[in-house]
Design a protein. Structure first.
Length: 210
């Protein structure tokens, strides 16, 4: 891995975008590993507003996804959560997330963290060319997905992280089938899901796997 050197006086800020429906230990391990390898000062988790890739799918209300993300990250002094995407109108595009964070955190160099599956989609993202200027991209391994830097990209680092064969889709399906999600998601998130009866009427989960 080629890790960009630290610039004196600048914060190193990781950005972990996701639907987080629900947040699980795959997300948390990925963020923690990148923070360690890249010497990040902070990782900000950014729950999506309406994810454009999932517009045909059911997604839980943003406030539930935001609160589960807060619960899951609260105990880590370097983890924070941002509302920029859930407060922006319309579908969430990563280019807008990065522009907003640059404006809000002008002192920070941004490191956008993405799993192998999302990495493969980056070139199809709106404003892909400008993305490389706004942030350094870190693609992390994910079981079942091939990790490769997008063609034409620059400033992308690939990183192997402990394999966590967990997806939010699988967690939702398990809840609907009354199977446990203990140890797949943080304890507080298990309790939050139960408290609000989330995912009970999710179908067999076959509708979404991305
Ligand atoms: P869904 O099944 O609903 O798509 P998901 O588990 O893929 O949920 P997302 O919120 O879509 O979770 O993912 C947010 C980011 O976290 C993406 O960049 C994704 O690649 C990454 N990610 C999710 N799960 C893992 C995992 N187990 N290991 C590594 N990266 C992951
Ligand atoms: Mg996904």
């Amino acid at each position: 891995t080629s890790i960009p050197p630290r610039t004196p006086g600048r914060t190193r800020l990781g950005v972990m975008g996701g639907t987080f429906d629900p947040i699980h230990h795959g997300h948390l391990v990925a963020a923690s590993e990148v923070a360690g390898e890249f010497d990040l000062d902070e990782v900000v988790f950014v729950p999506t507003g309406h994810p454009w890739q999932k517009s045909h799918k059911r997604v839980s209300p943003a406030e539930h996804r935001y609160l589960m993300t807060v619960i899951a990250t609260a105990s880590n002094p370097r983890f924070t959560v941002s509302r920029v995407d859930i407060e922006r109108e319309g579908p969430t595009f990563t280019i807008d997330t990065l522009r907003d964070l640059r404006r809000l955190r002008p002192e920070a160099d941004l490191f956008f963290i993405t799993g192998a599956d999302a990495m493969a989609e980056i070139i199809t993202w709106k404003g892909a060319e400008e993305l490389w200027e706004l942030a350094h991209f870190v693609g992390v391994t994910r079981p079942g997905h091939e990790l490769a830097a997008p063609v034409g990209s620059s400033g992308v680092t690939l990183l192997e992280v402990p394999a966590m064969a967990i997806s939010s889709t699988d967690c939702r399906t398990r809840v609907a089938r009354h199977q446990p999600v203990w140890y797949l998601v943080p304890d507080g998130v298990v309790q939050y899901i139960g408290k609000y009866g989330l995912y009970l009427d999710d179908e067999d989960g076959s509708a979404s796997t991305d």
